[in-house]
Design a protein around this ligand. Structure first.
Ligand SMILES: [Mn+2]
Length: 326
C-alpha cells in the first residue's frame, strides 16, 4: 500500500468513527497481546475523543490479558443495525471471536490488519503486512491524526503492550524504524513500561520446572538437530501438561549449534505430538510425511512411537546436511 493510499483510508476510518454513535471492535480468537492491545487502545481513544459515543469490545475474555490490559465489554444485544464494526488483527472472518453472525447487518465494516491478506472483507480495508502489529497501525492512525483522535495513558499502554507482544519485545525482524518511533511516542505517556516487561518475562513454577528439565536433557546432534522428549511419565513428574511445554520450544532453538529442532510430547493415546522448527532448512515436507504439515520453518507432526521420532530426527539431520552443503 502506498502512503498516499493509506492516508486516504485513514481519513475514511476517522470519518466513519465520527459518523456512528455505536462502535463495535472485534479481533481474532485465542487473542494475544496485539489483538487485545489494539482493541483496547482504539476503544479508549474513541471514548476519550467522543465521550457521548458507545464503544464495545468483543470476544472471549482471557484472564491474564484482562488483568494485564483490560476486560472486554461486548454489546449486550445482537442487533448490529446502524452500527459501525471495526475488526483488528484478523486476516479472515473465520478467525473472528464473539457474536459475529450479524456482522453483515452492520452499517459499515472496517478491516485493519497486518497479516498477509487471506480474505478481503469490509467496506474499508487497511492491510499493511510489513507493519509489526495491529497496535502499530492504530498508533500510526493516532500519530497521523492526533488532532482528531485523543491519546490517553491507558490507550498508550495497551498499544505499547500490543507492539511489544507481536515483536517479542522488539526482537523480531518485523520491528522497523516506524515501530520504534511510534513505541517511543507512546512511551511519553506515564505508564510503567518496565513493569510490563518484567511481567511478560515472568516464569511460572511449571515453566521453571520445564525449562530446567529441557536445558538439562535436550539432545543436540553433531549435525545441529536439537530435540527434547517428554513422555507421559516425565510430564507427570513435572506436573505439566502438553500445553505447558510450549515454553520449551524456543529454548531448544537457542542452544548453540542447533539449526533444526523438535519438541516431542507424548499424548494420552500413547503417540507423540511433534513440534518442529528450523532456522533455514525446509521442514514442512518432513512434517507432511508424518501426518502433519505447516510452514517452511515451523511445522507440526505426529509420531506413533519413539521409533518414528528417531526417523523424524534422522530426516531433520538429512535436511540440515543438505542445507549446509548448498
Ligand atoms: Mn498481530
Amino acid at each position: 500500500m502506498k502512503e498516499q493510499h493509506i492516508s486516504h483510508i485513514q481519513k475514511q476510518i476517522l470519518q466513519a468513527i465520527a459518523e456512528y454513535d455505536d462502535i463495535l471492535i472485534f479481533r481474532h480468537v485465542r487473542p494475544d497481546l496485539d489483538a487485545i492491545g489494539s482493541q483496547i487502545g482504539l476503544a479508549r481513544m474513541i471514548e476519550a475523543t467522543y465521550p457521548d459515543k458507545k464503544v464495545y469490545t468483543h470476544g472471549k475474555d482471557v484472564p491474564w490479558l484482562s488483568e494485564l490490559i483490560a476486560p472486554m465489554n461486548p454489546l449486550p444485544s445482537k442487533d448490529f443495525t446502524g452500527k459501525l464494526v471495526i475488526v483488528l488483527d484478523t486476516a479472515n472472518t473465520d478467525r473472528l471471536d464473539g457474536n459475529i453472525e450479524n456482522i453483515n447487518t452492520a452499517a459499515c465494516v472496517i478491516k485493519i490488519d497486518h497479516h498477509l491478506p487471506v480474505e478481503a472483507y469490509g467496506q474499508v480495508q487497511w492491510v499493511e503486512p510489513d507493519a509489526s502489529s495491529a497496535s502499530e497501525l492504530i498508533a500510526k492512525l493516532w500519530w497521523n491524526h492526533s488532532h482528531e483522535l485523543k491519546m490517553t495513558t491507558e490507550a498508550a499502554y495497551a498499544l505499547y503492550a500490543g507492539i511489544v507482544g507481536d515483536t517479542n519485545r522488539f526482537l523480531y525482524d518485523s520491528t522497523g524504524p516506524e515501530t520504534m518511533q511510534l513505541a517511543g511516542e507512546l512511551m511519553r505517556y506515564p505508564f510503567d513500561h518496565a513493569a510490563l516487561h518484567f511481567k511478560l518475562a515472568e516464569i511460572t513454577p511449571v515453566e521453571r520446572r520445564l525449562i530446567a528439565y529441557t536445558l538439562e536433557n535436550a539432545h543436540v546432534s553433531e549435525v545441529g538437530v536439537g530435540m527434547i522428549l517428554f513422555t507421559s511419565e516425565t510430564l507427570a513428574e513435572l506436573q505439566a501438561t502438553d500445553e505447558d511445554t510450549s515454553v520449551t520450544l524456543s529454548l531448544v532453538g537457542n542452544i548453540q549449534g542447533v539449526i533444526s529442532w523438535g519438541v516431542f510430547v507424548q499424548q494420552s493415546t500413547g503417540s507423540y505430538r511433534c513440534r518442529l522448527r528450523s532456522k533455514g532448512p525446509a521442514i514442512n515436507e518432513i512434517a507432511a510425511r508424518h501426518e502433519g504439515g505447516g510452514h517452511k520453518l515451523a511445522s507440526g507432526a505426529n509420531a506413533h512411537d519413539e521409533m518414528e521420532i528417531k526417523e523424524i530426527v534422522k530426516e531433520l539431520e538429512d535436511a540440515v546436511l543438505q542445507f549446509k552443503n548448498k
